[in-house]
Design a protein around this ligand. Structure first.
Ligand SMILES: Nc1nc2c(ncn2[C@@H]2O[C@H](COP(=O)(O)OP(=O)(O)OP(=O)(O)O)[C@@H](O)[C@H]2O)c(=O)[nH]1
Ligand SMILES: Nc1nc2c(ncn2[C@@H]2O[C@H](COP(=O)(O)OP(=O)(O)OP(=O)(O)O)[C@@H](O)[C@H]2O)c(=O)[nH]1
Ligand SMILES: [Mg+2]
Ligand SMILES: [Mg+2]
Lengths: 292, 284
């Protein structure tokens, strides 16, 4: 693992204090490999390494009695800095009923996450209303219906012949009638390069004015994480990210990549298939996971 | 005499970027660059097109090494009139259920009689999802209630497939992370029970991988292969911007052939895997 490799590089330095250029080069090489193996995006790694290199050549390492430890500390600080930015609680202020919009690629976990969010909101005293807007995937509306039944949360009876924007408007009226205060809207998975479907999301957003537009992304996503994140952010100005399937052994470099290119916070992580398996995102835990 | 013995470093970086951003991974990229350095002759050191050509050839040879074991183009042993049982496995959300519909459609178009088994008895509306696909494709779907033992559903399905003289039986299983040992055991049990009902079943275990997945796909392939024996891989979602380069590492390390690729959500978005086209797409 990285900290062991870095310790090896610096272990010959006891008493000598100063790091040689070779030590630093070798350390940077190991850090780069570790990040790439963890699926952090190539360009993000390049930029991050430059930040780390500047600091590693600076006073704090030069004057340190344990320069090796200092480099390790710099790496973990830089990662945590990249991932710690942004407000991580849900924005739940505004005129009721509020809306939370879930978007993302096919299969990333949106429908399941919609259920998890609704469950979380109800536990925190809200009255959520689940709104299925995926009229394309076979049995998608049924899937959200079944999820709603499991956690006793009402689900809008979406008509698959309506357009998604109209389903949302009808759902808003229905929510007011039943006294629900938050709509959790589940959209169909789509490619960020599908212009028509990305425009559809923008129409949904313009009609429903969500307080949160959350990108649901798979923790095992590789280099493509930056492409999808940039595009979804460009079109929707997302307010946050939910990283699903985090309980697996994917290193999760996608987390770093997505935050680096969007400057938006990861608000939650999915840690299982059950509807209570959602937890807040902890940047320091993530950075030690990425570093391996 | 040109004093140069190695590829110009900024050119190398350009090539590395293509490889890394395609999810080819550190180890394979290092191997490919090393082979490139060895194979390239002096006059081509500065020629990006020639370098790319060499790289492509090396990548194709890595993939072809895995393809040698491909059973996709084998004619099934029709003389014995045994239904061929194919089990689809993989982690959550990769496209197993949708891919089964495409594979069923593909073989039906060749005149084969296919049947589907809804052995994902766990996830909400998983059975309904497969039933809708079964209707669209015109294939019967064997299912029980949600929560039933998947092995029991498979047991029933195999006897139905035998009785109705089906050519192919496709088993849809629930998505599961390879790190969940109890869920991997569940799959092993399905495999055992299938074999009890029809010796040799399941004849194929198809691992479905998502092209947007990074290096974790290697761990997925390793664990599923170790646990069940994987006969082939289907790579989905290549219609996005992800290149799926991680399959080159899987091919080289585990020698599992890639049978098909999927390029969309419709029944026709399905092609036989072609190593050359796959590698060309990485450089597009
Ligand atoms: N292991 C694990 N599986 C998850 C998690 N979140 C969702 N899943 C599973 O991932 C698969 C896909 O989830 P869905 O909710 O259907 O994904 P989706 O984004 O709505 O898919 P589309 O609507 O087709 O785009 C299902 O098998 C879920 O149970 C998680 O945190 N961990
Ligand atoms: N763009 C694209 N989407 C695909 C492709 N294959 C499947 N999908 C979509 O990916 C999503 C998940 O597909 P499923 O077939 O439900 O995946 P699964 O592996 O069965 O999921 P679980 O059973 O929940 O683990 C659906 O929205 C599919 O339409 C593909 O090749 N391209
Ligand atoms: Mg969904
Ligand atoms: Mg499925």
């Amino acid at each position: 693992i990285l900290t062991e490799k870095l310790s090896k590089i610096f272990q010959g330095l006891k008493g000598k204090g100063r790091l040689s250029k070779e030590n630093i080069q070798e350390a940077l090489k190991q850090i780069r490999l570790a990040l790439l193996e963890a699926d952090v995006n190539y360009k993000v790694v390049k930029n991050l390494l430059e930040e780390i290199r500047q600091r590693a050549l600076g006073q704090e390492v030069l004057e340190s009695l344990t320069p090796g430890q200092q480099v390790i500390k710099i790496v973990s600080e830089e990662l945590t800095r990249l991932m710690g930015e942004g407000r991580r609680e849900l924005n739940l202020s505004g005129k009721e009923p509020l809306s939370l919009l879930l978007v993302g690629l096919q299969g990333s976990g949106k429908t399941t996450t919609a259920g998890k969010l609704a469950n979380y909101l109800r536990k925190n005293g809200y009255h959520p209303y689940l709104v299925p807007v995926d009229i394309q995937r076979p049995a998608a509306i049924e899937q959200l219906w079944k999820i709603g039944e499991e956690i006793s949360i009402p689900v809008h009876p979406s008509d698959s012949t309506d357009r998604p924007e109209d389903i949302c408007l009808k759902a808003k009226e229905a929510a007011l009638r039943i006294g629900a205060d938050i709509l959790v809207i589940d959209t169909a998975g789509r490619l960020h390069i599908d212009e028509q479907l990305m425009e559809e999301l923008l129409r949904i957003k313009d009609v429903i004015h969500p307080t949160e537009s959350l990108l649901v992304a798979d923790a095992m996503t590789g280099q493509d994480a930056v492409n999808l994140a940039v595009k979804f952010n460009q079109v929707l100005d997302i307010t946050g990210i939910i990283l699903s399937k985090m309980e697996g052994d994917a290193r999760g470099g996608a987390a770093l990549s997505i935050m680096a290119v969007t400057n938006k916070p990861i608000k939650f992580v999915g840690i299982g298939e059950k509807l209570d398996e959602l937890e807040p995102f902890y940047p320091d835990r993530m950075s030690s996971r990425i570093l391996g | 005499l040109s004093g140069k013995k190695a590829v110009d470093s900024s050119l190398l970086e350009e090539l590395e970027e293509i490889l890394f951003t395609s999810d080819i991974g550190v180890e394979i990229t290092e191997q490919l660059i090393e082979r490139l350095q060895r194979r390239v002759d002096r006059k081509s050191l500065d020629n990006p097109e020639q370098l790319k050509t060499i790289l492509k050839e090396e990548m194709i040879s890595f993939l072809e090494a895995g393809q040698e074991l491909s059973a996709v183009n084998e004619i099934p042993d029709k003389a014995r009139n045994i239904v061929e049982v194919i089990m689809f496995v993989g982690v959550n959300g990769v496209g197993k259920t949708t891919t089964i519909a495409k594979v069923a459609h593909y073989f039906q178009a060749q005149g084969q009689k296919v049947m589907l088994v809804a052995a994902d008895t766990f996830r909400a509306a998983a059975i309904e999802q497969l039933q809708i696909w079964g209707d669209r494709v015109g294939a019967e779907v064997i299912s029980q209630k949600r929560g039933a033992d998947p092995a029991a559903v498979v047991f029933d399905a195999i006897s139905a497939a035998k009785a109705r003289k089906m050519d192919k039986l496709f088993i849809d299983t629930a998505g599961r992370l390879h790190t969940k040992l109890n869920l991997m055991e569940e799959l092993k049990k399905v495999q055992r029970v299938a074999n009890q009902q029809l010796s040799g079943a399941p004849h194929q275990v198809t691992l479905v991988l998502d092209a947007t997945t990074g290096q974790n796909a290697i761990a997925q392939a390793q664990v599923f292969a170790q646990s069940l024996g994987v006969t082939d891989i289907i790579l989905t979602k290549l219609d996005g911007t992800a290149k799926g380069g991680v399959v080159i590492a899987i091919s080289q390390r585990l020698h599992i052939p890639i049978s098909f690729i999927c390029t969309g959500e419709g029944l026709e978005d399905f092609e036989i895997f072609n190593p050359r086209e796959f590698v060309e797409a990485i450089f597009d």
